[in-house]
Design a protein around this ligand. Structure first.
Ligand code: FES
Ligand SMILES: [Fe+2]
Length: 403
């Protein structure tokens, strides 16, 4: 990856990167500048790893085109189940191969709709009509251009440019934190797509703190103590922590009751808490004792973000007679809408003349960690979360630090 600094005031970014307690939030341009937004799409979403959705969305011998920053990526799963990714462009005269935003479609291979060039699932050129007798024409020269793709716990991560450090480095020990939930075996029981009038980073910032919980989430505060947060010490491009459930609550729902089944491999501690992690830049994973909720962010404009929420349950829950995911979906839909209102008001506020980057409270340490990844990225440095000192971890730990 070629480091390249972002088009943003360097001194302001350095204030964001100052030690926790003295740092400031990002300057207004971070939420409003078209030029910076384009840079972010290119560097954070195209040149790095970004989540493209669930692996289950693309079956064997199916194709799907997705957006990774400024790039269009063609995902192709072959007959053996192997997933590959290519730049979504024909090697003849550059026609796009598959239109984005279509559901996955079954295919015998990859065929360009323009002049009919055809490629295998491995990206190799198979057929180029009328080129048979062309002297010096070598099919091997015209295979599709590869992008990097990895299936991780049931999610697809793509790196359009193909030159980011490995996804293992990106996620570090987060792998071990999510493993007990076995997200790859969970199935979708609910989905909601929101369009939020706020910058994608404001949505991530908001996700990583519960300082706002008492003021805007009365229902949430019935099932989780708002000050029970405890952060992990991330070792990659991710941020997260966990929060306790109230004694009466089995999960996050309006009543604290679960309408599903408990995930089978959790420890007694994990059954009493919810894990909240954000994989930079665009996947937020909320792992509950009986379901996993994800928010996947797609930045549409500096002040506009599509958020796809998926509620993933144990297959036994979804198959059960009369299963109703509403206990989980309705609870988080209500909470989401409270959050979107706040994020949209911050989007507007940061556009006002009187906005100045502000300080973070001791309860916003995970926001600091997220902003540190962003700030380092802006300066062209390696995007890793800083290990929090003891001083930035909130009190009231629900259980000893793990892993
Ligand atoms: S551009 Fe694809 S076949 Fe001509
Ligand atoms: Fe919230």
């Amino acid at each position: 990856v070629t480091p390249s600094a972002a088009p943003i005031d360097r001194a302001a970014v350095e204030r964001t990167l100052a030690p926790f307690g003295r740092s400031r939030t990002l300057p207004a341009e971070a939420f409003h500048s078209d030029e910076l937004f384009a840079w972010e799409l290119d560097r954070f979403f195209g040149a790095s790893w970004a989540c493209m959705g669930r692996a289950a969305e693309i079956g064997v011998e199916e194709l799907k085109a997705v957006r990774a920053g400024t790039e269009s990526v063609l995902l192709a799963r072959d007959g053996q189940g192997r997933l590959r990714a290519f730049s979504n462009v024909c090697r003849h005269r550059g026609h796009e191969l598959v239109e984005e935003a279509q559901p996955a479609t079954p295919a015998l291979g990859i065929q360009c709709p323009y002049h009919g060039w055809s490629y295998g699932f491995d990206g190799g050129l198979r057929g180029a009509p009328s080129f048979g007798g062309t002297p010096g024409f070598d099919r091997d020269e015209f295979g599709l251009v590869r992008s990097a793709v990895v299936e991780w716990h049931g999610w697809i991560f793509a790196n359009a440019t193909g030159d980011a450090p490995s996804l293992d480095e990106h996620v570090g020990q987060l792998d071990r934190i999510l493993e007990p939930y076995r997200p790859e075996r969970l199935v979708r029981g609910g989905e909601t797509v929101y369009e939020v009038a706020a910058n994608w980073k404001l949505i991530v910032e908001n996700y990583h703190e519960c300082y706002h919980c008492t003021t805007i989430h009365p229902e949430l505060c019935q099932v989780t103590p708002h000050d029970s947060g405890m952060n992990f010490e991330p070792d990659g491009a991710w941020v997260g922590g966990r929060m306790a459930l109230m004694d009466h609550a089995h999960t996050m729902s309006l009543t604290g009751e679960s309408g599903g089944v408990m995930l089978p491999d959790l420890t007694a501690d994990q059954r009493r808490e919810v894990v909240y992690v954000g994989v930079f830049p665009n996947l937020l994973v909320s792992a509950h004792p009986d379901y996993v909720l994800t928010h996947r962010l797609e930045p549409l404009a500096p002040g506009r973000t599509r958020v796809t929420c998926e509620w993933l349950f144990d297959p036994r829950a979804v198959e059960a007679d009369g299963f109703d995911p509403a206990y989980a979906v309705d609870f988080w839909d209500l909470t989401n809408r409270q959050d979107w209102r706040a994020c949209e008001a911050v989007q507007r506020g940061t556009g006002h003349r009187g906005y100045r980057p502000g300080p973070l409270s001791p309860r916003e340490s995970a926001v600091y960690q997220f902003l540190s990844i962003v700030g380092k990225g802006y300066l062209g440095e390696a995007m890793v979360s800083p290990a929090p000192g003891r001083s930035i971890v909130s009190t009231r730990s629900p259980s000893p630090a793990r892993p």
